[in-house]
Ligand binder design. Structure first.
Ligand code: DAH
Length: 353
């Protein structure tokens, strides 16, 4: 009986050596420690042994059982450790590897230009004033001295949101320029002190839209940057000086500018400012249509009617205004030959800035 127990033990332990996975380990447990295993049957047979042999055999059977249970637990732990090691191998992470570069987003070229414009105008004492994009015909045209049926309104075929007939020919519309912000700003400043309206020095940026044939030169949606200065004794000389100074700060100290007479309903006198062509340096090329100059903005002295509509007495105050196209300025800076790139959302274009 003792020999049998010893045999069971050595066979079981030898078998356990070759166990490599959980499933086999479970089968091993059933075979050697299960209810019908020879060892368990030995326990059942203890009762039929001669009385004097029982303690010795019983003790030995218990020893074997304990040794097999211990060997089982050890093997189970070894398998668990091996599995863990393997998963560590598979999931190994080298923290010293250089990181993968993330693609970087960028600021749209028009926004870059706008920010540069704010910075330069801020240096010159102008604050940014934001006005609404949805306007009424009254603010977009009438208060700016474009009467109803004025031929100048033909230039700006507009996006209307309604007919306006219910409000006496005052349609709601998308602004066609940032100039209506002049009236909104003047009225807001004047309301602070109606008897003595404060001086104004602001730039008004934002989106505009016109119902226009899209081409290399014109889009139906675009930005403008408007400027407005109102106060005592502001002259056309201030306007010329300010804009020439701005051009040198913005485009570089050597840039040459010129003013040409023009017409806008909301300024009198009116002018357009040109800068020397960046492409040919003023010699004449296809970009400047052989003139050597590029038109970059409209400007003028605020019309007395417009000052009055803004709540500023035109007999006491004068002012100047100007308006420019940030997309056009971006085209000049970077020699972009088609304005449609700005809204095409083509990364090959956008990634260059
Ligand atoms: N509003 C004009 C346009 O959209 C631009 C402009 C011209 C604005 C002269 C001004 C100005 O303030 O004085 O074409």
């Amino acid at each position: 009986m003792l020999d049998q127990l010893n045999e069971i033990q050595s066979a079981a332990l030898a078998d356990l050596q070759s166990v490599q996975d959980d499933e086999t380990l479970q089968r091993w447990k059933i075979a050697y420690l299960g209810r019908s295993a020879p060892l368990m049957q030995a326990f059942d047979r203890l009762g039929s042994l001669p009385k004097e042999e029982r303690p010795q055999i019983g003790r030995r059977a218990n020893e074997v059982k304990q040794s097999l249970e211990a060997a089982f637990a050890e093997k189970a732990e070894a398998l668990r450790q091996a599995a863990l090691q393997q998963s560590l191998q598979v999931e190994r992470l080298d923290v010293t590897l250089p990181g993968r570069p993330l693609p970087r987003g960028r600021v749209h070229p028009t926004t870059q230009t706008l920010r540069d414009l704010y910075r330069v105008f801020a240096e010159m004492g102008f604050q940014v004033y934001r006005s609404r994009e949805i306007e009424t015909d009254e603010y977009n045209f009438q208060l700016l001295n474009f009467p109803i049926n004025h031929p100048a309104r033909e230039m700006q075929d507009s996006y209307y949101l309604d007919t306006g007939r219910a409000r006496g020919e005052n349609p709601i519309m998308y602004r066609t320029h940032t100039s209506p912000g002049q009236i909104r700003a003047m009225r807001e400043y004047a309301a602070m002190n109606p008897d003595n309206p404060p001086p104004i020095r602001i730039v008004l940026p934002g989106m505009c839209a016109r119902y226009e044939q899209i081409s290399t030169r014109s889009e139906m949606q675009f930005n403008q940057l408007e400027g407005l200065a109102v106060g005592d004794n502001i002259t056309f000389g201030d306007l010329k000086g300010t804009l020439s100074d701005w051009a040198r700060r913005f485009f570089g100290l050597n840039v040459r500018t010129r003013f040409r007479a023009a017409h806008f309903p909301f300024t009198e006198p009116s002018a357009e400012m040109d800068v020397e062509c960046f492409v040919c340096g003023g010699k004449g090329c296809p970009v400047c249509k052989r003139s050597g100059w590029l038109e970059i903005l409209g400007c003028g002295m605020v019309h007395p009617v417009v000052l009055h509509n803004g709540g500023y007495d035109p007999l006491r105050y004068t002012g100047y205004a100007f308006g420019m196209g940030p997309e056009r300025i971006t085209m000049l800076r970077h020699r972009i030959d088609d304005i449609r790139y700005f809204w095409a959302n083509d990364l090959r274009f956008l990634e260059q800035f």
